[in-house]
Design a protein around this ligand. Structure first.
Ligand code: NOJ
Length: 581
């Protein structure tokens, strides 16, 4: 801890002066909220969430301090993968509404100063997409629009073909599917209903830019790009595809974990595509004015790859390659593991690019309360908001929603993925206020009567109110000093207690979280090394596990913490400005 703070202080002498004048663009410390449109608000009573429902409830995002929202796919789709299989990239699926409904949503968002980010799925389409049908029929211009290959002769079955390589799709089974009509295999990194585009074909690039332009012209503020590392696959000069080596991680030869994906993920060409899209967005801004349009990149990849996706100092790609470090930690969450989560980003991406973001959950991850334990959900929300950079909150994490399990015999792997997509709990009425129908597309959590927005608004230290206070703090002056290293330091004080220090010139805050199930005498942990151990602080944020009251004064040397307590202390006296939040 001491090392980290002192190190940060030394570094700051160099970097604070150079960076103090660099202006922060909106996305750098934005509060993103991911809406899963099927599950957020149903306006027409068919049990499925839709665009008009979102528009109706958009003010709620301002209430909880969000500055931008990212909508999971709303495009025309047969829904083999819940909308990540798009059949028309420039139209809205009727279950969500119409283009006019989308325009109305954007208009409302702009009127309240909320940015809207769309999901962009460039790796693949649906098999029902017109482009794929044209490609199957080898129509002019579409012959090589997808990745097609003859396959290998099957020595056991003369006249039959075997897949071109041993590649296994993310959802299991061969990544190659035979197409009777074209008499070739096509590649699909995900479901067989999701054929991969061929990014070695310039026409694919052109069409993708057209898609981006279509939505930019309607007024969106950026894109979350799906499955970035999957866009290219290795192909040898003679046109063959190399087998991937075994990983040794599992004996299940149908599982994606069976192979090491050295030829199907994070290929070097991907970076160029991100640069191309970034240039396109920058030019669009130059020509049309307005704020930056941004790229959020979904990439489960090594940090070195993510650094490349961000940029190399000359060229830039994704503004925010998602940081999934926190998502990788589950029941082992404590002060030390949290420190690893933070430093693995700060020591790399932050060091080189002064960019950070923190993904708390998403539609592919288990709910935080189910993943790390109900007692820790508030700590996570408080700590994430205390870090520099952008936060990305999945709907429902602000009220501590849990996984909702249900029987779905035909769902396969999809079943567990759906556990985290249950309808949002607005109130204690019919279907938790999500829909007027009791027949919702997924079951509502049984705890909705006690756990919903309406109830939590009325409880002072509810998860929702703690979330709101943390987000308010994130947008105060002291937390905005986030590019100056002397405005930020962090570290585990012991195995259980984690501390973040924010602010310097505009007030100082200590964010403390006790991950452990015992009382911690924190004062001595600050110890003699901290010059301000005897300074007085004031509690400005407390969680339900805290015995303290807001406004209560304490000397650092006398701080103690209850099990699972999180709190924020503000330094009072000459050093602190009167920051209101
Ligand atoms: C990542 C998305 O988050 C996931 O839900 C989807 O199935 C795959 N990409 C394929 O598009």
């Amino acid at each position: 801890m001491v090392k980290i703070i002192l190190g940060a202080l030394l570094c700051s002498m160099l970097s604070a002066s150079t960076l103090a004048s660099s202006k922060t663009d909106w996305w750098e410390d934005a509060s993103f909220y991911q809406i899963y449109p099927r599950s957020w608000k149903d306006s027409d009573g068919n049990g499925i969430g839709d665009l008009n429902g979102i528009t109706e409830k958009l003010d709620y995002l301002k209430e909880i301090g969000m500055t931008a929202t990212w909508l999971s796919p709303i495009f025309q789709s047969p829904m083999a993968d819940n909308g990540y299989d798009i059949s028309n990239f420039t139209n809205i699926d009727p279950i969500f509404g119409t283009l006019e409904d989308f325009d109305a949503l954007l208009k409302k968002a702009k009127s309240i100063g909320l940015k809207v980010i769309l999901d962009f799925v460039p790796n693949h389409s649906s098999v029902e997409c017109e482009w794929f049908q044209k490609s199957v029929n080898r129509e002019d211009g579409y012959d090589d629009f997808y990745v097609w290959e003859d396959g290998k002769d099957d020595p056991m079955n003369p006249g039959k073909k075997l897949p071109p390589s041993n590649w296994i799709s993310i959802f299991g089974g061969s990544m190659w599917e035979w197409n009777e009509k074209r008499q070739q295999f096509y590649l699909h990194q995900f479901l067989k209903e999701q054929p991969d585009f061929n990014f070695r074909n310039p026409k694919v690039h052109t069409e993708m830019l057209e898609v981006l332009k279509f939505w930019l012209d309607r007024g969106v503020d950026g894109f979350r790009i799906d499955a970035v590392p999957h866009m290219y696959e290795k192909v040898f000069e003679n046109g063959t595809y190399p087998d991937e080596p075994l990983s040794g991680a599992t004996n299940n030869s149908d599982s994606q974990y069976y192979l090491r994906h050295i030829y199907t993920q994070a290929q070097y060409e991907t970076v160029e595509v991100l640069y191309e899209w970034r240039d396109f967005l920058e030019n669009y801004k130059k020509q049309n004015g307005g704020d930056s349009r941004v790229i959020l990149a979904e990439a489960y990849a090594e940090i070195n790859t993510l650094v490349q996706y961000f940029g190399n100092g000359t060229h830039y790609g994704a503004h925010l390659p998602f940081n999934f470090n926190f998502a990788a930690v589950s029941e082992l969450l404590n002060a030390r593991t949290f420190q690893m989560v933070v430093s693995s980003w700060m020591d790399t991406m932050w060091k080189t690019h002064k960019m950070a973001n923190w993904v708390v959950g998403n539609h592919d991850l288990q709910r935080v309360a189910s993943r790390v334990g109900d007692d820790l959900k508030d700590l996570v929300n408080v700590l994430i908001a205390s870090l520099p950079g952008a936060t990305i909150t999945y709907y429902g994490e602000e009220i501590g929603m849990i996984n909702v399990e249900y029987e779905c015999p035909n769902c396969g792997d999809d079943q567990t993925r759906n556990f985290n997509r249950s309808p949002f709990q607005w109130d204690d009425g019919i279907s938790a206020g999500f829909s007027t129908s009791t027949n919702t597309w997924l079951p509502i959590a049984e705890n909705y009567k006690e756990n919903n927005v309406k109830v939590q608004r009325g409880i002072a230290r509810s998860t929702l109110n703690v979330f709101k206070s943390s987000q308010r703090l994130k947008h105060t002056a002291a937390f905005k000093e986030f590019k100056d290293d002397d405005g930020f330091s962090y570290g585990a004080l012991n195995d259980n207690v984690f501390q973040v220090i924010r602010g310097n010139k505009t007030g100082e805050y200590r964010i403390l979280a006790n991950f452990g199930n015992k009382i911690e005498n924190v004062g001595p942990l600050f110890g003699t090394v901290m010059e301000d151990a005897t300074d007085t602080f004031e509690y400005t944020l407390v969680t339900s596990h805290s015995p303290h009251r807001i406004g209560e004064k304490v000397k650092l040397s006398e701080v103690y913490m209850m099990p699972f307590e999180a709190c924020v202390l503000k330094k009072i006296g000459n050093n602190s400005a009167n920051t209101s939040y």
